[in-house]
Design a protein around this ligand. Structure first.
Ligand code: GLC
Length: 650
């Protein structure tokens, strides 16, 4: 659509800018800017149109886009064009992710290059290096309290090291995922320092108040995110003599996106990392981007407008780059982070599927798929050109944010059921061997989340201590079942570092003054490279998990039906321990794959006739791709192994 006002404004802006940038080859930039400018203008106007400085701010934004484009390397520009042509590239089943802390995994960025073959051996081709930017020691929130958005933390290396790593990853066809912490900065960031020194310009980068009157109003409806360590959402700053909004830790100052200068700075930062080779940018804590009195200050409409605007800007300068939304919120809310379009993701192309993750842990604890079955139906279908990030564990805690209604439908009382799960995973119920710990206990409402490594939550730590072979086997089966699930379900599976070798809880954080107050460090250990060697020794726990996972990954990559095109149908079975779904090829044709999981510790029977009525399993002999063996279906039922998983071609 040709829209006069925005286009004549764009002409004015470009005339001024062109004087500075005469020689650059900007053909593609101009095409993209022309195509996206009306959307950019409209969103910027919706957010900031009432301000007197609207025009100069928009001018500044376009300048950032153009300068970032000029700084973009020819090879990245070429990649942009390739991805524009094949725009569904990221929905392919070939992608398998891995998230790690650089320091804990490999010491530093140079060391990480030496470990790439380990990751490739497993089949990884999407590498999420968790935040590596400069943070104050001790007040870093695991890298999520950034002091300088354009500097790599001295501990892990330099920007040249990252460039080298990015180039190495490109050669290996591995995607690089980097974080941009968009919601807040460290209180030692230059903006915060200037704000503290009394500079009004920078005080306006944050939510700063003279007295408690506004903070008290906000607090009426804002929940607490870290109730144990950082109660409340505001912190008194004695130097500034003011209150500042700090939703997470008191040293993490929330950025004020009501100020367009903040938005423009952040777009510049996103494009800076895109230009340093990030294929995917993980936008941290996006649900919190807009604060409004009288609301929870999460999932506000303007937070979505900001993300849409960020996407449009990125599409002009670095269209090959994708966004991941880290929004750990209810399914009806999380789906909105893909954007409002019917087909294309106009905000973030990828979103964390925290609901699925928590449901999987629920199924493991109850040994039943009842809640999983109800609640998965509450996750709305994603857009065609968007995908989930499916994971079992990550660097954060496990929240039990299931919908109360779904819990009731599954036959449980919500409060009691959450308590049961918490007791189960913190090892407080007599029949549980899980070894998690409660994280973020809120004494006011009794809520708590769960921390702990995958293997320890799956019972491996206790089983090893007791030298209980049967329990060890069950823990390994749990680990493989959970991973098999996320590899088959649809979306990009993301494996957490250490989980492929059954890494247990790490108590070392208790000895570290900087870490001991945040027990999520129990599952952020230093990678034990000696232990990884055991993956080559037949029969070891490490070998059984690693080789099982490696085989599943390789198999996933060959099954086109596992690409993510909303090509899944859930099948309800009478047996509450089993969970079943069919994946079909994007075209709706063969081969289809029937996925069956048994969450129980004993063998379960699956009645074949009910599946045959649905047109599945028509032949008497079928292939299980998971175990790479034939299954005899001449009887009227199949026996499904305890905690077994099947990927049956049908
Ligand atoms: C995200 C991170 C988490 C961090 C929080 C605040 O949720 O995943 O680790 O504590 O943001 O930055």
């Amino acid at each position: 659509m040709y829209e006069q006002v925005s286009h004549s404004l764009l002409n004015d802006i470009l005339t001024e800018i062109e004087v500075e940038i005469k020689d650059a080859n900007l053909q593609y930039f101009y095409t993209r800017l022309g195509a996206n400018f009306y959307a950019i203008y409209s969103l910027f106007h919706q957010l900031y149109g009432r301000r007197d400085d609207f025009k100069p701010q928009l001018h500044q934004l376009v300048k950032v886009l153009i300068k970032s484009y000029i700084a973009r390397s020819p090879s990245l520009r070429k990649l942009d064009l390739t991805r524009e042509k094949n725009h569904n590239w990221f929905l392919d089943q070939q992608w398998v992710g891995y998230a790690l802390y650089c320091k804990e995994f490999s010491g530093d960025l140079k060391g990480l290059q030496n470990k790439l073959s380990y990751l490739q051996d497993l089949g990884i081709n999407v590498l999420h290096i968790m935040p590596i930017l400069d943070c104050p020691k001790g007040k870093s929130d695991g890298g999520y309290a950034v002091r300088d958005f354009k500097k790599i933390n001295n501990d892990v290396g330099t920007i040249e090291d990252l460039d080298e790593l990015a180039a190495n990853l490109k050669k290996r066809d591995t995607l690089l995922v980097l974080d941009v912490v968009v919601n807040h900065t460290s209180d030692e960031h230059a903006w915060a320092i200037q704000a503290r020194a009394g500079d009004k310009k920078y005080q306006d980068y944050y939510y700063v108040f003279d007295d408690r009157s506004m903070p008290d109003l906000y607090e009426e409806t804002m929940p607490e995110i870290f109730p144990e360590n950082a109660p409340g959402n505001f912190t008194w700053d004695a130097t500034m003599d003011k209150w500042v909004m700090t939703v997470f830790n008191e040293y993490q100052w929330d950025l004020n996106y009501q100020n367009p200068a903040v938005f423009i700075e952040m777009v510049g930062i996103i494009l800076f990392w895109a230009n340093h080779g990030a294929d995917v940018i993980r936008l941290d804590a996006v649900a919190f981007l807009w604060k409004k009195i009288g609301s929870t200050c999460q999932n506000e409409r303007e937070a979505h407008l900001i993300l849409q605007l960020m996407k449009d800007c990125c599409q002009v300068t670095a269209p090959g780059v994708l966004f991941i939304a880290e929004a750990i919120v209810a399914p009806v809310e999380v789906i909105k982070y893909f954007g409002e379009d019917a087909i294309n993701a106009k905000e973030c192309e990828i979103a964390y599927n925290a609901t699925l993750m928590a449901l999987l842990w629920e199924a493991v604890a109850t040994k039943k798929s009842t809640l999983l079955n109800y609640a998965i139906r509450s996750i709305p279908d994603k857009l065609d050109r968007a995908t989930w990030l499916n994971y079992v564990r990550c660097h954060d805690d496990i929240g039990l944010g299931f919908d109360d209604n779904d819990i009731r439908l599954a036959g449980y009382e919500p409060t009691l059921h959450r308590q049961f799960l918490l007791n189960h995973y913190t090892g407080q119920s007599p029949d549980s061997i899980a070894r998690g710990i409660a994280f973020g206990t809120n004494k006011k409402n009794g809520d708590a989340r769960i921390a702990g490594s995958l293997a320890s939550l799956a019972g491996l730590e206790t089983a090893i201590e007791k030298n209980d072979l049967a329990a060890i086997n069950r823990s390994i089966d749990t680990i493989l079942l959970l991973h098999g699930f996320i590899l088959a379900f649809g979306g990009i599976p993301l494996i957490y570092y250490g989980d492929a070798i059954g890494t247990l809880n790490d108590q070392a954080y208790l000895e570290d003054d900087y870490k001991k107050n945040d027990n999520r460090w129990i599952h952020r250990p230093a990678m034990n490279w000696q232990q990884t060697e055991l993956r080559a020794e037949k029969g070891t726990i490490e070998q059984r998990i690693f080789s099982g996972l490696k085989k599943m990954i390789a198999t996933r990559k060959e099954i086109t039906a596992f690409a993510d095109h909303n090509n899944r149908e859930l099948i309800v079975l009478d047996n509450p321990h089993l969970f079943c779904f069919v994946r079909f090829d994007g075209t709706g044709r063969y081969p289809r794959v029937l996925v069956i999981c048994n969450f129980d510790h004993s063998e379960q029977q699956l009645d074949i006739s009910s599946l045959r009525k649905l047109g599945l399993l028509q032949h008497n002999s079928v292939k299980d791709l998971f175990a790479d063996e034939s299954l005899d279906l001449s009887a009227s039922f199949i026996n499904i192994r305890p905690q077994g998983m099947y990927w049956i071609e049908t």
